[in-house]
Design a protein around this ligand. Structure first.
Ligand SMILES: [Zn+2]
Length: 65
């Protein structure tokens, strides 16, 4: 018996399914040219899209300078 589901997309590792809901583990790029399916790369203090260059600096709660 051969399993046909061997070529499962790696993307699905970034989801978890709870009940009938699909829960994202990563953020998607908000830009329309990317949208759902394009994950943002998470950095220490920001997230960025490797496709369109979108960057979002995460606002860390008022830290002392
Ligand atoms: Zn993007």
């Amino acid at each position: 018996m051969m399993a046909e589901g061997k070529n499962v997309s790696k993307k699905w590792e970034k989801y978890s399914i709870e009940g009938d809901k699909l829960v994202r583990k990563n953020d998607f790029c908000p830009k329309p040219e990317c949208g759902p399916g394009i994950f943002l790369a998470r950095h220490k203090d920001r997230i960025s899209c490797g496709k369109c260059g979108y960057t979002h600096v995460e606002d860390s709660s008022s830290e002392e300078e």
